[in-house]
Design a protein around this ligand. Sequence first.
Ligand code: ZN
Ligand code: ZN
Ligand code: ZN
Length: 253
Amino acid sequence: MKITFLGTGNSTGVPVLACDCRVCKSENPKNKRLRASILITTDNGKNIVIDTSTDFRQQCLQNKITNVDAIFYTHAHADHILGLDEIRAFNFASKKAIPIFGSKETLEGITKTFHYIAEPIQKGGGIPQILLNFVESDFELFGLNFQLIPLKHGLMDVFGLRTGDFAYVTDFNKISENSKAKLKNLKLLVLGILREKAHATHIGLQEGLALVEELKPEKTLVTHTAHAFDYDEFNNSTPKNFEMAFDGLQIEL
Ligand SMILES: [Zn+2]
Ligand SMILES: [Zn+2]
Ligand SMILES: [Zn+2]
């Protein structure tokens, strides 16, 4: 399978609107980070998107995504769901609804935000065509087994996801021993770290390094990063095999 980083930024994206800090003004393309999302392309060509970020349309154009076969939602925060309306174009092209997966709480959060999805519309009005799939335990999709990784994101319960020896855990500040046990023996861990210092709802750099020390994945790619981090400085100061990802990065697993 192939992983494509559609976005690696925090909820504001980088550059941040109205900010003139040196990272926001940086000309390094790796300091331009859209809102966090990845695409998993299976060996038989199915596209599974994790979170439809605020920048989803732009991400699909940049990465030439022409079909979406399923979407998994980690949680219902704006930066992870606001691109949902854009799937209409894929509905039109495929003439099919797209199955979406997430916890009951997450999918209910989404249908509250996008209340019109469940409402009758006038003829000709376009709404996203989705099929809700509440998941509470491991599930199978297009021949891949997905394991849910429960995490705490402030007061909110969110899911990370593991398939094979790859895992994606972004928005969280607390992880249980049970969830840590599910993240052992990974080839690739994609880990959300907001900034240097810990935050009320996100881990900071030191916590991220300590977690990786415990889990010992072969490689860690950091995502959901704020403008506090410059790409080159981050990668020059962190251990080997612990790097910041960038938008458009593709990894074959
Ligand atoms: Zn987020
Ligand atoms: Zn800035
Ligand atoms: Zn969040």
